[in-house]
Design a protein around this ligand. Structure first.
Ligand code: A3P
Length: 294
């Protein structure tokens, strides 16, 4: 018997499929009041959100890991568009109750972002990841979380993912929408693959964007603390503190592989080539280039 919720469905807001509870509470999200010193982290799901969250926290705490380790990552940076059934507090409420300066998280596309973030000219960090690894990571996450329905068959899942019939909609619209927005607002656009290849360099970019000067020794502490092998065993970053009714770590880990190119274990050659063709067509005008291996 499938233990996952049967009634779960996606509801479209401005054409973008969102979790039903998020869509039902859409006005609360739309009217959310950003503050000028908020730092917003945006990603399409499974792009390495927790990774960049921890990096930003470490930078703003001057590399003091003890400060970061006081609470699980999901309590330190509220997830604005997450609405869980009671007794959990909605992300927007958590954020409202939080003193400044706040680090906030969203998976919303640029076109759905609450307008106050643009008005307040908040600093935004966008982390993008290639579609093949994102799709595989998402499939595995659907298997282990009780917040989303079972992913079903991999081939069907992938087709829906490519077509944008999944939570937060089209990966293409998401990465392109934020890429375009970066020319008009203070947005640092990063790639998972670059972060993996050269974490010190990319963390340095984040620090400069946030106006923080990092001595070499602190930078290297941050690289160590946020490396996959460190975050995987740290209960404050590996989501193991969430109840198994939300994430079932016996099925898969939140910190699963943390690599570039794991898609090769899952996609057929035909699937991979089809995605390459679609990417070439859909990303052509944007100038966006994704690496799928290092
Ligand atoms: P995999 O499933 O491919 O392993 P998100 O936080 O957006 O849900 O993304 C989760 C993905 O980011 C998972 O990918 C996870 O392993 C990866 N990840 C998390 N922390 C990481 C880190 N420090 N280094 C590399 N990858 C990381």
């Amino acid at each position: 018997m499938d233990p996952k919720p049967k009634g779960w469905r996606l509801v479209k807001i401005e054409g973008v499929p969102l979790a039903e509870l998020t869509a039902k509470n859409w006005n609360q999200i739309k009217d959310f009041q950003a503050r000028p010193d908020d730092v917003l982290i945006c990603t399409f799901p499974k792009a390495g959100t927790a990774w960049i969250q921890e990096i930003v926290e470490m930078i703003l705490h001057g590399g003091d890991s003890q400060k970061c380790d006081q609470l699980p990552i999901y309590q330190r940076s509220p997830f604005l568009d997450l609405f869980l059934p009671k007794p959990y507090l909605a992300g927007v409420k958590e954020a409202e109750e939080m003193p400044s300066p706040r680090i906030l998280k969203t998976h919303l596309s640029a076109k759905l972002l609450p307008p106050s973030f643009w008005k307040q000219n908040c600093k935004i960090i966008y982390l993008a990841r290639n579609i093949k690894d994102s799709a595989v990571s998402s499939f595995c996450f659907h298997q282990m979380t009780h917040l989303l329905p079972s992913p079903g068959d991999w081939n069907d899942f992938l087709e829906n993912y490519i077509a944008g019939e999944c939570t937060y909609g089209s990966w293409f619209d998401h990465v392109c929408g934020w890429w375009e927005a970066k020319d008009h607002y203070p947005i640092l656009y990063l790639f998972y693959e670059d972060l993996k290849e050269n974490p010190a360099q990319e963390i340095g970019k984040v620090a400069r964007f946030l106006g923080v000067e990092l001595p070499e020794s602190v930078l290297s502490q941050i690289v160590q603390h946020t490396a996959f092998k460190s975050m995987k065993v740290n209960p404050m970053t590996n989501f193991s503190t969430l109840p198994s009714s939300i994430l079932d770590h016996t099925v898969s880990s939140y910190m699963r592989k943390g690599t570039v190119g794991d898609w090769k274990e899952h996609l057929t050659v035909a699937q991979s080539e089809r995605i390459d063709d679609i990417c070439a067509q859909k990303l052509r005008d944007s100038g966006l280039i994704f690496r799928t291996q290092l």
